[in-house]
Design a protein around this ligand. Structure first.
Ligand code: 6PG
Length: 246
């Protein structure tokens, strides 16, 4: 059985991001109404910045109890939290610092620690936040895709099945050379809702391969997108070039 899949194409990156912000808020409302809390894992990279900004602008009018919103990260670079490459830093600057006080509950990866220690602590954080679950079930994971088909910090050259008993792992990435901590495939695919926000012409090639029907399961993003849960792709016209001009 597979869940609902949607591919939506927007006229601009800003419009795709605005839809992402709307979906974030509706997923939050539904989770708060039904389960009393909303758990979300945010992507890093530059693509989500317009989404974060849009969400920050709407937050004061959203009538959400932000104290019941638990924010995690799908991955983090092993740098201190105020480093320009830190995914936490990016989300704080564009979104988290702008939420109505007292804001959301933050569960960041301690990127300033040794990568193995940071992954171990993040796994403990996940266990505490999802105590009854064998695998954490996020209400929403927000993902991007790299032009090589990676998502979070799961890269094509990695044997993803090797991590299947783990919730988060430390990985070393050759391009760009960096140590990172990432959620694993079972955690990402178990989320109730998965949103890929992918914009820009530089992503058209990989989008064609992943969504073009040839089932390129070699790409980590394609493996996450094969989740049995609700998967939405929000693309701008540049990234969706092959769909409009196959
Ligand atoms: C990260 C990510 C990563 C990102 C893609 C796309 O920490 O870099 O979470 O998976 O989503 O690399 O990055 P851009 O949005 O910068 O293109």
């Amino acid at each position: 059985m597979t869940g609902r899949k949607e591919v939506d194409i927007y006229k601009s990156a800003e419009a795709a991001a605005a839809r992402g912000a709307e979906l974030f808020l509706s997923a939050a409302r539904e989770a708060l109404d039904t389960r009393g809390r909303f758990t979300v894992a945010l992507s890093g990279g530059t693509t989500p910045i317009p989404l974060f900004r849009c969400l920050a602008a709407r937050a004061p009018f959203a009538e959400l109890d932000w104290r019941s919103v638990h924010v995690f990260w799908v991955d983090e670079r092993c740098v201190p939290p105020d480093h320009p490459e830190s995914n936490f830093c990016l989300a704080r600057e564009h979104l988290l610092s702008k939420l109505p006080a007292p804001g959301a509950v933050l569960h960041r990866v301690a990127g300033e620690l040794h990568p193995d220690e940071a992954a171990r602590r993040y796994e403990s954080e996940l266990t505490s936040a999802f105590p009854d679950a064998e695998i954490p079930i996020f209400d929403l994971v927000l993902l991007g895709v790299g032009s090589d088909g990676h998502t979070a910090s799961l890269f094509p050259e990695m044997d993803l099945d090797r991590f299947s008993g783990r919730r988060a792992v430390a990985v070393y990435v050759e391009k760009p050379r960096s140590s990172r901590v990432t959620l694993t495939l079972p955690v990402l695919t178990s989320a109730r809702r998965i949103i890929f926000l992918v914009t820009g012409a530089g992503k058209a090639g990989i989008i064609a391969k992943i969504l073009g029907g040839s089932g390129e399961m070699h790409y980590p993003a394609a493996r996450v997108a094969a989740s049995e849960n609700h998967v939405s792709w929000l693309l701008d016209r540049d990234a969706a070039n092959w769909i409009e001009n196959p």
